[in-house]
Design a protein around this ligand. Structure first.
Ligand code: TLP
Length: 346
């Protein structure tokens, strides 16, 4: 029996043997009392890696983003974000539902940025008709824009704009590690202008569970209260933090391999009749492409590939997403290309 090539997401990665050992041996305590030594160690490590005063371990990227938005904004305050943002599309409108925060979306450019002039123009003046604009949220790498990496100078410029107008900047860095590896920059450099950051250990880094938020000490104190309010205070969470520490120490540099696999996949797909993709836009581990063959659409292609043991998500009527990760080998990519080609010939 051949094994399934699962390209639906890097979230499908299972913990490595080193993670399982670290989890079994983790020293733990009650983290709501601040007494879990492994969680404390992880939080110190994350703060260091991101160049921030403090960090907080949270169960998921979704909760990390929610906690940050709610720690920056009150009810009726406004947040500016891209129309392709994960916070806008895939988090059930949590900041509006839970926190009453008004999302104002601006078009994302294909490279994941938002035009600076549009951002500047969207910041409200002091008028009793308007909500108060409090926050700008960016995403790096940008998932729905195809894993694109935001240029550090662009992030700095958005931070400067936000701060000049009395706003805060949050970065959804679920895949910040991929951005850092792709650029050969430190993660801290990429979030230097941000007032808060969320990062994930459970995507390309392969930890089973967990994310973190980071920022100034006073912000993290508020975020910690907010985490408890939304039910994210965990007890002997050191068993999870132990895997996240291994993820940070052992799994970041190897992301370059996933990026190379994604580039190979994109170039191979570009040569298949019935597929449309610009492979030069693939910068990290996410590959979006369109099926343009008459009689085919994305759900049909996704189902046909699944029947041959290749799993990808259809994300729009004619668009599919493939995400590379550490359980995907170079041979899996070649096999995927052969199968896509064969399936589209049927
Ligand atoms: N993204 C998932 C799905 O939700 C789409 C995926 O398979 O890519 N920010 C970004 C940029 C993300 O891509 C994700 C997960 C999250 C936040 C949320 O993380 P979790 O799943 O831990 O809540």
């Amino acid at each position: 029996m051949t094994t399934v090539i699962d390209l639906r997401s890097d979230t499908v990665t299972k913990p490595t043997p080193a993670m399982r050992r670290a989890m079994a041996e983790a020293e733990v305590g009650d983290d709501v009392y601040g007494e879990d030594p492994t969680v404390n160690r992880l939080e110190t490590l994350v703060a260091e890696r991101l160049g921030k005063e403090a960090a907080l371990f949270v169960p998921s990227g979704t909760m990390g983003n929610l906690i940050c938005v709610l720690s920056h904004c009150g009810r009726g305050d406004e947040m500016l974000l891209g129309d392709q943002a994960h916070i806008f599309h895939y988090e059930q409108g949590g900041s509006a539902a839970v926190g009453g925060v008004h999302p104002r979306i601006l078009p994302n450019c294909p490279d994941g940025t938002i035009d600076l002039q549009q951002l500047a123009g969207a910041i409200r003046g002091d008028d009793e008709h308007f909500p108060v604009t409090r926050l700008i949220a960016l995403e790096n790498t940008h998932n729905r824009c195809g894993g694109r990496v935001l240029p550090p100078e662009y992030i700095d410029a958005v931070g400067a704009l936000a701060h000049a107008r009395g706003l805060k900047l949050h970065i959804d860095g679920a895949r910040l590690w991929n951005a850092a590896v792709a650029l050969g920059e430190s993660p801290a450099r990429l979030v230097a202008a941000a007032d808060s950051v969320s990062v994930c250990f459970s995507k390309g880094l392969a930890a089973p569970v967990g994310s973190a938020v980071a920022g100034p000490r006073e912000f993290i104190r508020r975020a910690r209260r907010m985490r408890k309010q939304v039910g994210g205070g965990m007890r002997q969470a050191g068993v999870l933090a132990a895997a996240a520490i291994v993820a940070l120490e052992q799994m970041v540099d190897r992301l370059a391999e996933d990026h190379a696999h994604a580039r190979r996949l994109a170039h191979g797909l570009a040569n298949i009749d019935g597929i449309r993709i610009d492979p030069t836009t693939v910068e990290t581990n996410i590959v979006y492409f369109d099926v343009v063959k008459p009689g085919w659409d994305a759900p049909k292609l996704s189902a046909a590939l699944a029947a041959e043991g290749v799993r990808m998500n259809d994300t729009a009527p004619y668009r599919l997403r493939a995400v590379t990760h550490y359980e995907i080998s170079a041979a899996d990519i070649e096999r995927t290309l052969t199968i896509v080609d064969a399936v589209l010939r049927t």
